[in-house]
Design a protein around this ligand. Structure first.
Ligand code: GRF
Length: 226
């Protein structure tokens, strides 16, 4: 059977080339009173950041995206923040002597904006325990593979090289080990025989944009129920 026409059962999801399996898959996202206050960290394009802002604007995610922090002054994420009217703080890693000092500045910034959770959405720097311990179980990361497979750089390339038939994306709590920590939600994406790095990355990113609001809602429920 052609994988692009296969229907995934029983949990549902879609048919066709964009098919995926997202799990867990609640029927609706929880409401929060007051809405969650979320900080985002990005280094490059920022499409996940924008997806989050739009999910919050449409009230699909009951959250306020309070601020974006970028480490590259000219990154597209910064331009997106300006267009979307979200405060953006630049913390250029080149201005800090070491990772710890950068992370201290991140903690100060997020404290100033009074966020209760932080999402690393394409943050291309290793973080230290300074940031992780400032947000225990409240620091999330998104990664373009079905973790624990293909940690680290170029997860899509790693998946193509390994010849897997299914890849995907994961959102997890951050621990000191890179791309490790409790998984919150994952989406599976079929790898087609015709896939290039670009085509597979694009389909995985589509799922990332669905997954991240869902992960924040799942994490937010646990923060509010503590
Ligand atoms: C995403 O694929 C994410 O999984 C990875 O970095 C990428 C960021 O994409 N950590 P964008 O900047 O949100 O477009």
């Amino acid at each position: 059977m052609n994988p692009s026409t296969k229907t995934i059962q029983p949990t549902g999801v879609l048919e066709g080339e964009n098919s995926s399996l997202v799990w867990p898959q609640p029927s609706s996202l929880p409401r929060f009173s007051p809405p969650l206050r979320i900080g985002v960290m990005a280094s490059g394009n920022g499409s996940n950041f924008e997806a989050l802002v739009k999910a919050a604007q449409k009230s699909e995610l009951d959250a306020h995206i309070s601020t974006l922090v970028v480490n590259n002054p000219n990154c597209e994420a910064r331009h997106r923040a300006k267009r979307l009217g979200i405060p953006c703080v630049v913390l250029d890693h080149r201005d800090f002597d070491n990772r710890e000092e950068l992370d201290q500045a991140l903690v100060r910034t997020f404290s100033k904006f009074d966020v209760e959770g932080v999402v690393m959405a394409g943050w291309m720097r290793i973080v230290t325990t300074i940031l992780i311990e400032a947000f225990p179980r409240r620091l999330l990361n998104i990664h373009p593979s079905l973790l624990p497979s293909f940690r680290g750089l170029d997860a899509v390339g790693q998946a193509l090289k390994a010849g897997v038939q299914v890849s995907g994306c994961s959102v997890h709590l951050v621990e000191p080990q890179v791309d490790a920590g409790q998984l919150l939600v994952q989406a599976a994406v079929p790898v087609l025989s015709s896939d290039t790095h670009q085509s597979l990355s694009k389909r995985i990113q589509c799922q990332e944009h669905r997954l991240l609001p869902l992960a924040i809602a799942i994490a937010g429920e646990s923060w509010r129920n503590v």
